[in-house]
Design a protein around this ligand. Structure first.
Ligand code: 7TS
Length: 410
């Protein structure tokens, strides 16, 4: 993997911000898009644009073929047994809500339990809170270790015959912890519960094999993996999707409609009511092609190395706290930190003046911030186009920020 060469695929990176070359360290929020994806999107709108699954005209057939080909590509990418198990959604948030509305709400009752971790993104937390409120089910949390990991013994104790659903992010968007999905699947299945995996921060960064993981549902977003915004995926096991209710009712998802009733198509179409996200799906297919041309093993190795390098360099900065797994312990491609008692928004603003883009805030994980005992944190996150030189600029900018605020305080 030659980072210098592939950086040329990302036109957005070739600019200066506030007089400095852009150093983009916010890919956990959204990744940048290569020309290979931009060109496919433009070509689709220029040459093939039409609605899918309706007309029999040539453009309609071309658009439908391209849309369904994208589904096949995504299915292969995550090793789904069939493309019919890949539902196109707006993103991770919508995918998780669809499981909550279509699977959990009609089934759960008082006494049932939903098991989560306290580090979940709000998207994998609030839908389950709402399910609990409506159905009378109870939420249980697997306690976190200081580095954000969970102990399987704790999970085993919490996942009981009352458990109906376990929902966990494969990689935490704050702690960077990688959770043991296969083992959690085993624990969930032992008691007849389903395992929902939030793959927003894992699918873009490592090989994904849903059959090997044995997860029941997987949710992820296209925009974090070089694809466009507004497209995501819900994968489910075939039997679960067959039993699950549609969430959106309307055009395209029906079989027969009468005045007082209607029947649905099979999965995935019964879940894709209305004109689907055609260009988004085709763009995601192009993103999958792009990532596969580089190799997910390579990307994983690169992101991990860069994250480890960042942790080692951040530890050199006085008064800086790094959260998550320690140096040398496997982590996702991001590092969350705080610089003394300087507000992360101030850190981020000073860094932006030097062309460095990081995220500051609660990262849509307020319960986790409370657990960490902070209001917010700063976070640098990486992808295939980042280099050690980017990290060096970050460290230099952090040193300047520290000096700036120390002088300002005195
Ligand atoms: N789950 C995790 C673990 C995430 O990191 C995110 C987005 C989501 C779910 C929601 O994804 P969406 O595409 O539906 O919005 N995380 C972040 C982040 O860390 N910074 O900005 C968005």
């Amino acid at each position: 993997m030659n980072v210098e060469t592939l950086r040329k695929d990302f036109p957005i990176l070739q600019q200066t911000i506030n007089g400095h070359p852009l150093v983009y360290l916010d890919s956990a929020a959204t990744s940048q898009k290569p020309i290979q994806v931009l060109e496919v999107l433009e070509r689709y709108y220029r040459e093939d644009n039409a609605n899918v699954h309706r007309g029999v005209h040539t453009l309609g057939s071309r658009a439908t073929e391209a849309y369904e080909l994208a589904r096949e590509k995504v299915a292969r990418f995550i090793h789904a047994p069939s493309p019919e198990q890949v539902i196109f959604t707006r993103g991770t948030t919508e995918s998780l809500n669809m499981i909550a509305y279509g699977y959990a709400r009609p089934r759960f009752k008082p006494g049932d339990e939903i098991v989560l971790t306290p580090s979940e993104h709000h998207s994998n937390l609030i839908p389950w809170q709402q399910v609990a409120k409506v159905t009378g089910a109870t939420l249980k949390y697997i306690p976190l270790q200081p580095d954000g990991s969970i102990r399987l013994e704790d999970a085993e104790q919490l996942i009981t015959s009352a458990t109906k659903l376990v929902a966990v992010a494969q990689v935490s968007n704050v702690m960077a912890t990688i959770h043991p999905i296969k083992e959690l699947a085993r624990l969930a299945h032992r008691v007849g519960a389903v395992l929902v995996v939030d793959g927003a921060q894992s699918v873009p960064h490592m090989p994904t094999d849903v059959q090997d993981l044995d997860c029941d549902f997987l949710a992820f977003s296209g925009h974090k993996m070089c694809g466009p915004t507004g497209i995501g995926v819900l994968y489910g096991k075939a039997s679960l999707l067959a039993a699950m209710e549609p969430v959106y009712f309307g055009g395209e998802m029906i079989e027969v409609v009468e005045l007082y009733d209607a029947t649905w198509k099979e999965s995935p179409w019964k879940f894709e009511g209305g004109t689907p996200i055609i260009a988004g799906a085709i763009g995601l297919g192009a993103a999958v092609d792009y990532l596969e041309s580089i190799g997910l093993e390579e990307i994983r190795k690169h992101d991990e190395q860069l994250a480890q390098y960042t942790v080692s360099r951040l530890l050199e900065v006085e008064e800086l706290t790094v959260y998550g797994p320690g140096l040398g312990v496997e982590r996702g491609g991001l590092v969350t930190f705080n610089l003394g008692d300087i507000h992360p928004h101030d850190v981020s603003t000073v860094l932006d003046a030097e062309g460095v883009a990081i995220r500051a805030g609660h990262h849509c994980a307020q319960p986790l911030m409370k657990w960490l005992g902070v209001g917010s944190t700063a976070r640098a996150s990486f992808y295939l186009y980042n280099t050690e030189a980017d990290v060096d600029v970050l460290i230099h900018a952090l040193q300047s920020a520290k000096e700036f605020f120390q002088h300002a305080i005195r």
